[in-house]
Write a protein that binds this ligand. Structure first.
Ligand code: PXL
Length: 268
C-alpha cells in the first residue's frame, strides 16, 4: 500500500511530516511525502521561526511524479500554508489518487478556539471546500467551530456531513468529558479519556495513526479506538516526561503497543 502525506516539514516540534512519516511507515505502509513548506519550528508557541513556502517546488515535484505514473491508495493532507496550496491539493488528488483511493483531510486551522498564525475566515472557507472532496475529515473541536460556526458538536457534525461522508471531530470537550464525534452511517460518539489542556502535535499523531489503521483494513470504529488509545498513552507520557509542550508529543515508545494491537486486528 502506498500513501502520500502532504504536509509541512517543521524541523523541530514533532508535528506534520516528522510525525506522519515514522507513524505511517511503522504501520507497514510506503509513505511518500509532498512538503508544503519548510519551517525551523512549527508556529504554535515559538517566535522567530523561519518559513519557506514550497509552492513552486510542489508543482515541479508533481510534474515529475506524473512521468513515473505514481498513484496512491491514500492521500492525507495536513498543514497548508496558503489558499493557493489548498487549490493545488485538489489538483494533487485528481492526478494521483487511485480511483478507489481514500482522501483524508486534516483541516489544520487552529487550537484553543483561535486560528494558528496566518489563517483567517477566508482560509477556513477555502479549507471547507477541500473537505468537500475528502472521504474523511479530522477537525479538532476548534477547527469544527471555525468550519461550521457552531460549538454544538452534533450540529457541527451534521453540517460537516453535508459535505463529507465521514467527518470525525476529535477531542470534543463537553463538561468533564471528551468524545470523538463521528459519522459512520449514523451519528456516533466514542468517549475518550480526559487529560486537561492541549498537547501540541497530538492531532498529527492521531491523523497519521488513523490513516495507518484504515489502510490496514480496520473498520472505522476499531481504527478510532486503537488510534485514541495510542494518543492517550502518548499524552500521558508527555505529561510525565516533557516540560515544554510545544516540543510535541512523546509518542515514540508508544508506537510498539499501538502496532501490536494493529497487527492483531489488521486485515490487509
Ligand atoms: O500540528 C499542526 C501544525 C502543523 N504545522 C505547522 C503548525 C501546526 C500548528 O501549530 O504550526 C507549521
Amino acid at each position: 500500500m502506498r500513501v502520500l502525506a502532504v504536509n509541512d516539514i517543521s524541523c523541530v516540534g514533532k508535528c506534520s511530516l516528522t510525525v506522519a512519516l515514522p507513524v505511517l511507515t511503522a504501520c507497514g505502509l510506503t509513505c511518500d511525502i509532498l512538503p508544503t513548506a519548510l519551517l525551523s519550528t512549527h508556529t504554535g508557541g515559538f517566535t522567530g521561526y523561519t518559513f519557506l513556502p514550497l509552492d513552486e517546488e510542489m508543482k515541479k515535484i508533481a510534474d515529475h511524479w506524473e512521468t513515473l505514473g505514481l498513484k496512491y491508495d491514500l492521500i492525507y493532507s495536513g498543514y497548508l500554508g496558503s489558499r493557493a496550496q489548498i487549490d493545488f491539493v485538489k489538483d494533487i488528488r485528481r492526478r494521483f489518487l487511485k480511483e478507489d483511493g481514500v482522501f483524508v483531510v486534516d483541516p489544520v486551522l487552529g487550537d484553543n478556539f483561535t486560528f494558528y498564525k496566518g489563517f483567517d475566515d477566508a482560509f477556513a472557507r477555502e479549507m471547507l471546500s477541500l473537505c468537500a472532496e475528502a472521504d474523511y475529515i479530522l477537525p479538532n473541536e476548534t477547527e469544527s467551530f471555525l468550519l461550521t460556526g457552531t460549538r454544538d458538536f452534533s450540529k457541527a457534525l451534521g453540517t460537516l456531513h453535508e459535505v463529507c461522508p465521514h467527518p470525525i471531530i476529535t477531542g470534543a470537550k463537553s463538561e468533564e468529558e471528551y468524545n470523538i464525534y463521528y459519522m459512520d452511517g449514523e451519528e456516533k460518539r466514542m468517549p475518550i479519556p480526559c487529560v486537561e489542556g492541549s498537547f501540541h502535535g497530538a492531532g498529527d499523531v492521531f491523523a497519521s495513526a488513523l490513516c495507518g489503521c484504515l489502510m490496514r483494513g480496520l473498520p472505522l470504529e476499531r481504527a478510532l479506538s486503537l488510534t485514541a488509545q495510542f494518543c492517550y498513552r502518548a499524552i500521558l507520557r508527555t505529561q510525565q516526561e516533557v516540560k515544554d509542550r510545544k516540543y510535541g508529543l512523546s509518542y515514540e515508545r508508544e508506537i510498539y503497543p499501538f502496532l501490536d494491537a494493529l497487527e492483531s486486528e489488521a486485515r490487509n
